[in-house]
Design a protein around this ligand. Structure first.
Ligand SMILES: Cc1cc2nc3c(=O)[nH]c(=O)nc-3n(C[C@H](O)[C@H](O)[C@H](O)COP(=O)(O)OP(=O)(O)OC[C@H]3O[C@@H](n4cnc5c(N)ncnc54)[C@H](O)[C@@H]3O)c2cc1C
Length: 439
């Protein structure tokens, strides 16, 4: 009899899982999506005269999962951001981020001397890091604690936290080193100074650095569209407007829903696994998109935007100069500002108009953008960013153990499990699909 595989959730993870299952077996495959459209957190919509990605606008090329999938789907050459550096708010101005960082952690401490971000004492403290007598880090800890211990609290709060905390809308002092950024964890596990170990992953000096990020030329939604086309061609049943109230009837089920929703779906059949899933905290945030008239200038036309540390007490946590990053967006200045993080549960309490007003006020004050936008939009992402708290990987191992015992026909993937970025979601979905198709 033909194996039936049900996939719950039609975001990127669900569609990739379906695609992989359809390649590996002749099972009858159904994707259940509660919304009226596929794509989940990936979408795009008009802003000013352009179509602009609402959420993700590129993926890391450090692993090949994203680019391999695009190639397989016949998406042509990827485009990469035209800008290569960002700023950070410090000393009442936008300062260029220092060179030689690996995801906000200094790999070349001497480069901190020429930045205007740290105090004199902060610079001396950070520059002593290569001489510290340290042991390899063999147990999980928070990234914030380790950065503060090795480079001093100023580096943690003024450089690493705005960058890494910003990506996950999280708190650097609860973010797991092991689970959040594997490249940082691997360098910390290696004997020797953290900065020197990290410097091996920097582009070779004087070489042409290969781009760190890529995106389909049609924007991130093109990836979703191509996946849907491929699935339709393979006869996969694709259902939108179909929320699963319970686990669907099938030989194998792949859950790609947010952790809190997967916990609800598993509560009856796999209570121990569900309890662990339910413990994963999620942050809410919003992207405020603003289109300013052509000719509106940012403080630095070569920058991709700037990050805002929490110590600045502003509403926005970052602003991206999208049209500088992606010149195809045309003559208007397209800005995407983010508001909200795990420790600010009330940040999104106001109306859309309130959020636009807060973003505009910060952008006017911090970046001199006082022009009136020709268009504005707000995209809210409630309970959307899973927090990888210290010990996350151990909890996931335990969770998978319970799932194998309690609900052996169910596989789990998605951004809450082992990586919030697009490449990690693709890899996990492919692994879940292999289990569902062959075991
Ligand atoms: C604002 C923002 C910016 C981001 N930027 C980047 C970036 O630049 N680069 C990057 O690599 N990553 C980025 N990410 C992360 C990336 O977008 C996500 O990791 C990825 O899209 C998650 O896909 P998913 O399928 O796992 O989850 P989701 O997209 O959340 O999909 C889950 C789906 O399940 C559906 N669903 C829920 N409950 C049910 C139910 N009961 N029955 C049926 N369906 C259900 C939902 O409607 C949803 O469509 C960003 C995320 C956000 C929110």
């Amino acid at each position: 009899m033909t194996r039936r595989i049900a996939i719950v959730g039609g975001g990127l993870s669900g569609l990739v899982a379906a695609h992989e299952c359809s390649k590996l077996s002749d099972a009858s495959i159904t994707v259940f999506e509660s919304a009226e459209r596929f794509g989940g957190k990936i979408s795009s919509s008009p802003l000013g005269a352009s179509i602009v990605d609402d959420g993700a606008d590129a993926f890391l090329l450090r692993t090949s999962a994203g680019s391999d999938l695009c190639q397989e789907l016949g998406i042509g050459e990827l485009r990469s951001p035209a800008t290569h550096h960002a700023g950070v708010w410090a000393n009442d101005a936008i300062q260029p981020m220092p060179d030689g960082l690996v995801l906000g952690v200094p790999a070349r401490v001497e480069a901190l001397r020429s930045s205007n971000i740290l105090s004199e004492e902060g610079i001396e403290r950070a520059c002593a890091e290569p001489t510290l007598d340290v042991d390899p880090v063999l147990h999980d800890c928070s990234i914030g604690a380790l950065v503060a211990e090795r480079f001093g609290r100023e580096v943690a709060d003024r450089i690493t936290a705005p960058l890494l905390g910003g990506i996950a809308a999280g708190n650097l002092y609860s973010m797991s080193l092991w689970a959040t950024v594997p490249v940082l964890a691997a360098a910390a596990r290696t004997p020797g100074a953290w900065s020197q170990n990290l410097s091996r992953s920097l582009p070779v000096a004087n070489g042409t650095p290969s781009p760190a990020f890529g995106a389909p030329r049609g924007g991130m939604s093109a990836l979703i569209e191509r996946l849907i086309e491929a699935l339709q061609a393979r006869g996969v049943e694709l259902l939108t407007g179909h929320p699963c109230a319970e686990l669907p009837e099938a030989d194998r089920v792949i859950l790609t829903t947010p952790a809190w929703e997967s916990a609800r779906l598993l509560a009856a059949s796999a209570p121990l696994a569900a309890a662990l899933l339910g413990q994963i905290r999620h942050a809410s945030m919003a992207f405020i998109g603003l289109a300013y008239p052509p000719g509106t200038a940012t403080p630095d036309p070569t920058s991709s935007g700037f990050l805002v540390p929490r110590t600045a007490n502003r509403s926005i946590t970052a602003a991206s100069w999208s049209s500088q990053k992606w010149p195809h967006l045309g003559q208007e200045l397209i800005v995407r500002a983010s508001i909200g993080h795990i420790d600010a549960p009330d940040a999104l309490g106001g109306s859309d108009e309130d959020l636009v007003a807060q973003a505009r006020a910060d952008l006017a004050d911090m970046a001199g953008l006082s022009a009136t936008p020709v268009d504005a939009r707000v995209r809210r992402y409630p309970r959307s960013f899973p927090q990888f708290d210290v010990g996350h990987l151990d909890r996931i191992t335990e969770l998978r153990h319970h799932l194998r015992v309690e609900a052996p026909t169910v596989s789990l993937c998605g951004m809450a499990v082992q990586g919030v970025g697009i490449p990690a979601c693709i890899e996990q979905a492919q692994t879940a699909a292999r289990q569902a198709s062959t075991e």
